[in-house]
Write a protein that binds this ligand. Structure first.
Ligand code: FES
Length: 102
């Protein structure tokens, strides 16, 4: 079963919709939910590049813990600036940063 569960116009002018599908296995009595963004995930970050790729050398990180953005809305991309909280509230999404420990 698939349905559109959330749609939002974000402050950056991009429109996204999310489609969910729900599956339940009667034998294992376990369910799963998958959510898929449609229309692209990156609203504005480095759109002039064919592919946005970043790499880090963990040993060279300045802090013992660094948060990297996975919502594509951070003003300090590729680092997380907490903007995912606003995105999650607006869309019902549940994205958060990737935490890299030194
Ligand atoms: S701002 Fe994007 S994951 Fe935090």
């Amino acid at each position: 079963m698939a349905s559109t569960i959330a749609s939002a116009v974000l402050g950056v002018g991009a429109h996204f919709s999310y489609t969910s599908s729900v599956a339940f296995n009667q034998k294992t009595r376990r369910g799963s939910v998958s959510v898929r963004a449609e229309g692209g995930i990156n609203p504005q970050i480095r759109k002039d590049e064919t592919k946005v790729v970043d790499s880090v050398v963990v040993a060279e990180l300045e802090k013992p813990l660094t948060a990297y953005c996975r919502c594509w809305r951070s003003g300090t991309f590729p680092l997380c600036d907490g903007t995912h909280v606003k995105h999650n509230k607006a869309t019902g999404d549940n994205v958060g940063p990737l935490l890299v420990k030194k």
